[in-house]
Design a protein around this ligand. Structure first.
Ligand code: N01
Length: 493
């Protein structure tokens, strides 16, 4: 067997030039693969950090950890960096690792179909052009398709309306009455920014969320010089952030050890009490579910913005849109000049709207009719040589997703090496391995706060938690260290 030859000829298609796709391409190149095509719908790299340009957009994971372990950056301006610098990090990464030349920009893949006879994937783009690949990798993640609820009258609104993840900078907000629908991590970042310029803000909150302090800090030249001095300094800092966050994972268990959940709740309650003096507003902003069931908001300036006289917090959702505003759940019309949908993403639909067909024409939608699931979050039985990065049950509520994606890349490359071996060509996770894995995942998730009573993007409509990993990042690292080949079968074309 001459594996080098096979590595050199294995055709790899990656969907998406965001954080996962770029990291995968860089590591695949390092491993000796060279026939790599990255299909990117937009005109540039960066994924979510290119799409989201709302005021105040930033990361709610500290930047020294929200970056690849193999591409440390001593130059972060803030502990929690803002979108322009994060986007630049990924753009610079694409240049340094020479990934751009593998990118096919403005190419949206609409269908991927496994060819049983040829043992390969056929990809079709929106223009109808087809491409062939031996291995298909999705770097689309969980939060790439914005969700705007289809309210009656949506198209009748006369003012400007847009989703937070597709911010329309041409809509002037200065002095205007602006309705913000939703209060998740996106809203919490842009509300303090636009509150300063709008005439009036109507903040519709169907269910207020728990919020903890952020403790933003800038890194001055001295701090950057310290980090630049030696890699171990950043690595030590990364290790501490990761270990502390993993220790705090206990706060997300229903039987929380060491009183961690109570401490988390007390911290959030104190934050609200410290920042909101008005008891009526405080009451409105007090959640009715356990902290962590939805992602905990992290902000120093969200509550103070909501307490400003030009903001009305309405503890209700909306029912409809009119030409002049929105109808609240209380049946009243609230007139406004602009509507901002901070209503999140189609998080549980994963690869949708793309159509994916596996062995014998099996559709992924059909395979996932009871909710998305994958083996180790990456492989789906019946879909050979397909690997999902940031796939089902790999999201975190407490630590950096980049850690998880790096573990996935490490595991996936071992699988692709297997595929490249002489006489293999295609592998598929066995139905029994996939079932056993997901039974275990769901039984562990039942012990976490994500399975408790709240509406969140971690669950599908039936209430199954399809998005989150059940443990610490170190648990997932162990899970993905080395493939057990008895979990896979070799597929003969
Ligand atoms: O979306 P969300 P997001 N009527 O789904 C409400 C990541 N992120 O964009 O809670 C009325 O959290 C919904 O109400 P409810 C991060 O992982 C990362 O804010 O369902 N309201 C909720 O308030 C985050 O978790 C960064 O009752 C409706 C809101 O809309 C994820 O993105 C920064 C509604 C949606 O909140 C999503 O955050 C920003 C309806 N029909 C975001 N439908 C980083 O820093 C929904 N809502 C990495």
């Amino acid at each position: 067997m001459d594996q080098a030859v096979n590595k050199a000829t294995t055709r790899i298609a990656i969907l998406g030039a965001g954080m996962s796709g770029l990291g995968a391409a860089a590591k695949l190149k390092e491993a000796g693969y060279s026939v790599i095509d990255i299909f990117e719908k937009s005109g540039g790299v960066g994924g979510t950090w290119r799409d989201n340009t709302y005021p105040g957009c930033g990361c709610d994971v500290p930047s020294h950890l929200y970056s690849y372990s193999f591409e440390l950056n001593p130059d972060w301006d803030y502990k929690w960096s803002l979108q322009p610098q994060i986007l630049k990090y990924f753009e610079d990464f694409a240049d340094k690792y020479d990934v751009r030349r593998h990118c096919r920009f403005n190419t949206e893949i609409t269908e991927c179909r496994w060819d049983d006879a040829a043992n390969s994937w056929t990809l079709t783009d929106r223009a109808g052009k087809t491409y062939t690949a031996d291995v298909l990798i999705s770097g689309l993640g969980q939060l790439n398709i914005p969700h705007t609820p289809n309210f009656p009258g949506l198209d009748t609104f006369k003012g400007g309306a847009f989703h937070s993840a597709r911010w329309d900078h041409s809509v002037g907000l200065k002095g205007k009455t602006v309705a913000v629908i939703g209060n998740g991590p996106s809203a919490v970042q842009f509300v303090p920014e636009i509150q300063k310029v709008v005439g009036k803000m109507l903040s519709f909150q169907r269910s207020p969320a728990w919020c903890r302090p952020r403790g933003q800090r800038a890194y001055d030249a001295k701090a950057k010089k310290y980090f630049a001095g030696a890699d171990w300094r950043i690595n030590w800092y990364r290790w501490r952030i990761r270990a502390f966050a993993d220790f705090g994972f206990g706060a997300f268990l229903q039987k929380s050890p060491l009183g961690l959940a109570d401490s988390m709740k007390k911290m959030c309650q104190k934050h609200l009490e410290d920042q909101v003096q008005d008891p009526v507003l405080r009451e409105k902003l007090t959640p009715d579910f356990e902290p962590g069931c939805k992602r905990i908001l992290i902000s120093d300036d969200y509550y103070p913005a909501l307490a400003k006289p030009n903001v009305d917090v309405l503890r209700q959702g909306i029912k409809a849109v009119t030409p002049d505003g929105v109808i609240g759940e209380d049946g009243q019309e609230y007139k406004c000049d602009a509507i901002i949908w901070a209503t999140g993403f189609q998080s549980t639909e994963f690869l949708t709207p793309m159509q994916v067909y596996g062995r014998n024409g099996l559709s992924l939608n059909q395979a996932w009719k009871d909710g998305a699931e994958a083996f180790k979050g990456m492989a789906v039985s019946g879909f050979p040589n397909l690997f999902l990065l940031y796939g089902p049950n790999t999201n975190l509520g407490h630590n950096s997703i980049i850690l998880m994606v790096e573990h996935q890349i490490h595991y996936m490359i071992q699988c692709i090496d297997k595929i490249a071996e002489k006489g293999v060509a295609a592998i598929d996770v066995t139905p029994s391995a996939m079932t056993a894995y997901n039974v275990r995942v769901q039984s562990e998730i039942a012990k976490t706060v994500w399975a408790s009573d709240c509406h969140s993007w971690y669950k599908n409509e039936a209430g199954k938690v399809t998005n989150n990993w059940y443990g610490k990042t170190t648990d997932y690292k162990k899970e993905t260290r080395t493939p057990d080949w008895t979990d896979f079968e070799v597929v003969k074309g």
